[in-house]
Write a protein that binds this ligand. Structure first.
Ligand code: NAP
Length: 316
């Protein structure tokens, strides 16, 4: 008895994965989507998305992902939970290795996204998750009503987190290692002119204090120009210093660069060295990293996949 072979398996349920599902679904390929620990991806941890085309009033990130999911389902997409641990491309159809099972598939689209990075300073790991250190203002901001908090970072994420936190916190320190934000001008202006946000320029975090108490009591920072250290009296530390692409399970099967992002081949954004294996979204893009560009890559991967499969199966 031969094991079932899927036409298309898509790993990941962010904008890239679900757009690939909509397109391969409409191509009648009945895609199977593997969802991991954060169904819906990074947008589900954001609040209002203001720059996704078609929503002049903005759209809630979670709602947008629910809509994409429903849209993909309408065209025959199936969802299964699972933790992918490896991909074997030695023999076609390929074998996706999950913690508890193997799945054989003619096409694999990897859209595993990226996860928030941490700074690695003392106290951060010990106080992460429920004890005051977090990477998600949307998830945890409401716990800090009338308290002082710090956001670490200078990009759009840091500006966005800081602005969101002003809804609850009495004061938000924005700790950045330089004296200008990397964030887009509109976000940077909004953050730096907000009455509740106090930028702490030229400063790096040194330690999260409160390990002995089991809860954050402060954030020690160091001014990189003067060397002076001080402690910000915060109860919450929100780390927003960028992301690590989720590519580790595919090492060997798909090439990665020195920052661990997938490296597409042949001048394409989505093709890999293995025919029938595609990448899409933040796991393969350290340049744009937008919801709409991830969706665009998902679309490209699906169209390439559909064409390759048609040619391959017809023997051309
Ligand atoms: P990012 O743009 O890479 O910014 C990371 C920030 O963290 C930088 O300011 C960086 O400082 C700082 N940083 C990095 N490592 C650090 C360390 N070890 N200690 C202290 N600071 C550190 O990441 P992001 O803000 O997550 O944004 C990622 C992408 O998503 C960007 O393309 C962004 O435009 C996009 N995004 C867009 C929106 C929106 O449009 N509304 C919202 C969120 C994200 P330096 O500046 O000195 O390098």
């Amino acid at each position: 008895m031969s094991a079932k072979v899927e036409n298309v398996v898509i790993v990941g349920t962010g904008c890239a994965g679900l757009t690939a599902a909509i397109y391969t679904g409409r191509a009648n390929l009945q895609p199977l989507v593997i969802e991991g620990t954060l169904p819906g991806g990074q947008l589900t941890t954001t609040s209002e998305v203001e720059n996704f085309p078609g929503f002049p009033e903005g759209v809630d990130g979670y709602q947008l992902m629910q809509n994409l999911r429903k849209q993909a389902e309408k065209f025959g997409t199936r969802y299964e939970s699972g933790q992918v641990q490896g991909l074997d491309t030695a023999k076609w159809p390929y074998t996706l290795k999950l913690a508890d099972r193997d799945i054989k598939a003619k096409i694999i689209i990897i859209a595993t996204g990226a996860s928030p990075r941490l700074t690695g300073i003392p106290g951060e790991k010990e106080l992460y998750g429920g004890k005051g250190v977090t990477t998600c203002a949307t998830c945890d901001g409401a716990f800090y009503r009338n308290m002082e908090v710090a956001v670490i970072g200078g990009g759009d994420s840091a500006a966005e987190e800081a602005l969101f936190l002003t809804r609850f916190a009495s004061k938000v320190y924005l700790v950045h290692r330089r004296d200008t934000l990397r964030a887009s001008k509109i976000m940077a202006d909004r953050a730096t002119t907000h009455a509740k946000i106090q930028p702490v320029w030229d400063s790096v975090p040194v330690a999260v204090e409160g390990v002995a108490q089991g809860a954050v009591t402060g954030l020690k920072v160091k001014n990189v120009k003067t060397g002076a250290e001080s402690v910000l009296p915060v109860k919450g530390v929100f780390v927003a210093i960028g992301h690590q692409p989720n590519t580790a399970p595919f090492k060997g099967a798909v090439d990665t660069d020195e920052q661990d992002y997938f490296v597409p081949v042949n001048g394409s954004q989505v093709k890999t060295k293995t025919p029938g294996v595609y990448v899409a979204g933040d796991c393969a893009d350290h340049h744009y990293r937008q919801a709409i560009t991830a969706a665009g890559m998902g679309c490209q991967a699906a169209i390439e996949a559909e064409r390759w499969l048609a040619e391959h199966e017809s023997g051309h």
